[in-house]
Design a binder for this molecule. Structure first.
Ligand code: DI6
Ligand code: FE
Length: 413
């Protein structure tokens, strides 16, 4: 499957556009009609249509239909590649079982590990492709995809290879994250340290050498790995020159955020139980706070992440799907923006920055994604809305006119 080969080039002049507030890299507004020029897949010019240089007037013309133009969306935390699904656990939790109880009873992450190990690479690709397509149809132009359902070298490799293949087949920027320390595989029961040694000394170096790892993550949690184990994985990542990020303070406060900040982490994700010390550490390190309202909602969590304190500290907040079969079977980043506003009380501009600009920073992609600027790859979305707030207001439909991804046009209406 290769959708990219058939997609038309976006080169030319895009007109009949209005600018989504905050869309430009420098945050400046443009009143009235906007024009945007794409040359060889890169944004060459953007500004008031009235100021379009004469040289571009003979280029191919694209009618934007009076859409609002903004940067491509960025989904900065997903577990998109896995076998099976876990609707049975959804039913168990509805009947009263907690996430931790389900995990301790042999369900949870480990049940997805079984299904992922059984699936070959082509099967995993075929399962993940429609999930990715749902996100892309809504305007996602860059996505992070984690491993973590293989928990053995060959199976983690399989997941990461599928992630890379998805990026090529769909013409979307994929950042891979090695999450070998997601859960203890059953064959290592009671031997957590041995497994961490395997992760640090064998799995990570091998996969990094194969070019499959853009960043390294750990599930630092009572039902995951301890702070000391997390630090070992971070040391191994650092030795290989790889950036780290962390599933931190989701179900309890283990102090993972302080550790992550010390390692200059790209992001701390979940953070429902983040402490004042964690916030102070993140503030100093430039680490992005990644909010995952889909998991909060699915687990019917009641501990809100400390939004007001994050805001007061000036910590950038990203919003992501956390797509995974256990706690967030979500395939709409716009719905997550809506939930970040409704459940977490983000403002609309915060939620929109959370699925663009700050999400890009959480992936180290702030130079190329998350905002519109001359010289960047053409990744942008034409939205069929009158005003920006509609992007976080509607849910259940994607008001998309056209997605331009990596300089190719993917019309949706
Ligand atoms: N936190 C999450 O929300 C996902 N992983 C993690 O560490 C859940 C993964 C799962 O339940 O399969
Ligand atoms: Fe996650």
């Amino acid at each position: 499957m290769n959708l990219v080969a058939n997609a038309p080039s976006a080169d030319g002049v895009w007109r009949q556009l209005r600018l989504l507030p905050g869309a430009l890299d420098d945050g400046s507004p443009i009143d009235g009609e906007v024009a945007l020029v794409v040359v060889q897949g890169l944004i060459r010019w953007i500004g008031p249509a009235a100021d379009l240089p004469a040289a571009y007037r003979t280029f191919a013309q694209h009618d934007g239909g009076d859409s609002l133009v903004g940067p491509g969306l960025v989904d900065c935390h997903t577990h998109l590649v896995y076998g099976g699904q876990r609707a049975n656990e959804f039913a168990m939790r509805l009947a009263g079982a907690s996430y931790e109880e389900v995990a301790k009873g042999g369900g949870g992450i480990v049940s997805s590990v079984r299904a992922t190990r059984e699936a070959d690479e082509d099967t995993l690709f075929a399962l993940a492709a429609p999930r990715l397509q749902a996100l892309l149809a809504e305007g996602v132009c860059a996505i992070e995809i984690k491993s973590g359902y293989g928990l053995a070298l060959e199976h983690e490799r399989k997941q990461l290879r599928v992630a890379r293949r998805l990026g090529e087949a769909f013409g979307v920027t994929v950042r891979t994250t090695f999450l070998g320390a997601h859960a203890l595989p059953p064959e290592y029961a009671g031997r957590s340290q041995d497994y961490i040694d395997l992760v640090c000394k064998e799995m990570l170096p091998a996969l990094a050498a194969e070019g499959l790892v853009d960043a390294v993550d750990v599930f630092c949690e009572r039902i995951g790995f301890s702070l000391a184990e997390t630090e070992q994985v971070f040391q191994a990542a650092k030795a290989l020159g790889l950036p780290v990020k962390l599933h931190a303070e989701q179900l309890s406060d283990l102090g993972g955020s302080e550790l992550a900040a010390r390692f200059g982490a790209l992001s701390c994700d979940h953070i429902e139980h983040l402490s004042a010390e964690g916030i102070a550490a993140m503030k100093d390190s430039g680490t992005v706070a990644v909010l995952l309202p889909g998991a909060y909602y699915t687990l019917r969590d009641t501990n809100l992440p400390p939004i007001a304190a994050l805001r007061a500290a000036g910590i950038p907040m990203a919003v992501s799907t956390d797509h995974n079969p256990g706690t967030s079977p979500a395939l709409s980043l716009l719905l997550m923006a809506n939930m970040a506003c409704t459940l977490f009380r983000l403002t609309v501009p915060e939620a929109l920055a959370g699925i663009t600009r700050h999400a890009a920073t959480a992936l180290g992609l702030q130079g190329t994604h998350g905002a519109l600027a001359v010289g960047r790859p053409a990744n942008f979305v034409l939205w069929t809305v009158r005003e920006a707030a509609e992007l976080a207001y509607w849910f259940g439909n994607a008001p998309v006119h056209t997605v331009v991804r990596q300089g190719k046009v993917f019309p949706t209406i």
